[in-house]
Design a protein around this ligand. Structure first.
Ligand SMILES: Cc1cc2nc3c(=O)[nH]c(=O)nc-3n(C[C@H](O)[C@H](O)[C@H](O)COP(=O)(O)O)c2cc1C
Length: 364
């Protein structure tokens, strides 16, 4: 089968990948309630198309952190792309550069951040954590600055290890990411699944606070994006503590289960931030119409995580490019049919929730 949408890409990838790799990528924390809820909510948001607008030209260009972008779609940071293709992040980086996408590079990549920078010259953001050893936090930021990365993304929802039951069942073991080579790891101390290299979770600082972030923001010349914000309260703190951008994310349902889906909390976060920094969103984005809904609710851009693995598994660099092209085509088509020719036209009034009949028939 030649996949024609992201769901078909997932099915083709599932056929190609060893069971434990597919499970690692697709899975989430405990009961995976957030993952199921996420698609339900995207599908429940409805479009209110407008007619007789000039849609002869659709413009989906935008800026992210001042960088000119061809599309409002970006690549999420995700560890070890070699899970899906032997060329790993070098294939992803080439695809991102060719399609004009900003790539967030995970500290848990299969290649070093320098190797990924060399693989393709497109714009990149380096994703890391706040570590117990502040020297390590800075060392990564400095290496990324040196290698030409445009920003640092600090993932704030992963201070402690999640319980991913598929991985426990499969006795899944990750490969140690080369970015951490030479760093002395403390012995592994959690009882949950062995799905991260021994000790890697231990070097993240469970005691990290907003004050640590203040120190980090002051210590790096690059703009800092926070990934994993799910409440208006934290969004306000993020702005106050110097974030240039936030990613509304629940880590694809892989950390804390039974959270809201990200699109549900996006509007309150956008309102709270009040243009204090840029707001992006990820989680379950599989259709161009999802991108339209996210932007209409105030996101500046979206990120995709698992679809990148599906593209890689099916056809390497070309597979990732195809995944992106499918989303871009669907995005442009949805905008045109909604009567919108540019991203700034995507506003809340183009969305609906529940049946209009409810309002009418409940109040006859
Ligand atoms: C296999 C896999 C590995 C991931 N590794 C990381 C990571 O290293 N750092 C991080 O911040 N997020 C990581 N994530 C989370 C993604 O960045 C993202 O939040 C999530 O996948 C978005 O949802 P989506 O997959 O439904 O698009 C990972 C996700 C997957 C599927």
């Amino acid at each position: 089968m030649d996949p024609i949408n992201i769901f078909e890409y997932e099915r083709c990838a599932q056929e190609k990948l060893p069971r434990e790799q597919y499970d690692f990528i697709v899975g989430g924390a405990t009961d995976e309630i957030t993952i199921r809820r996420t698609r339900e909510i995207w599908d429940s948001i409805l479009l209110r198309p407008r007619m007789l607008e000039d849609v002869s030209k659709i413009d989906i260009t935008t800026t992210v952190l001042g960088m000119q972008m061809r599309t409002p779609i970006m690549i999420d940071p995700a560890g070890d792309h070699a899970r899906a293709h032997f060329l790993a992040e070098s294939a992803t980086a080439k695809a991102a550069a060719a399609e004009g996408l900003l790539m967030f590079v995970s500290s848990a990549a299969r290649l070093t951040l320098e190797q990924i920078a060399e693989a393709a010259s497109g714009p990149k953001v380096f994703q890391q954590y706040l570590y117990r050893d502040p020297e390590l936090s800075l060392e990564f930021a400095n290496r990324a600055t040196e290698a030409g990365y445009s920003a640092i993304c600090i993932t704030v929802d992963s201070k402690v290890k999640p319980k991913r039951e598929r991985n426990i069942r499969n006795k899944y073991v990750s490969v140690s990411p080369p970015n951490y080579d030479g760093i002395k790891l403390k012995p592994y101390s959690w009882n949950f699944s062995p799905d991260a290299p021994a000790g890697l979770n231990d070097i993240r600082d469970p005691g990290a606070t907003w004050e640590h972030l203040d120190w980090f923001v002051k210590s790096t010349p690059l703009p800092v994006v926070l990934k994993g914000i799910m409440t208006a309260e934290d969004a306000i703190l993020a702005v106050q503590h110097g974030a240039s951008g936030i990613i509304v994310s629940n880590h694809g349902g892989r950390q804390l289960d039974t959270t809201y889906s990200t699109i549900e909390v996006l509007p309150e976060i956008v309102d709270a931030v009040n243009d204090g920094c840029e707001v992006y969103i990820d989680g379950g984005i599989r259709r161009g119409s999802d991108v339209v809904k996210a932007l209409a609710l105030g996101a500046r851009a979206v990120l995709i995580g698992r679809p990148v693995f599906w593209g890689l598994a099916v056809n390497g660099e070309e597979g990732v490019r195809d995944v992106v092209r499918i989303l871009v085509e669907e995005l442009e088509m949805t905008m045109a049919m909604c009567g919108k020719s540019k991203l700034a036209d995507l506003k809340r009034d183009m969305l609906g929730w529940g049946s209009p009949l409810e309002r009418i028939l409940d109040n006859p």
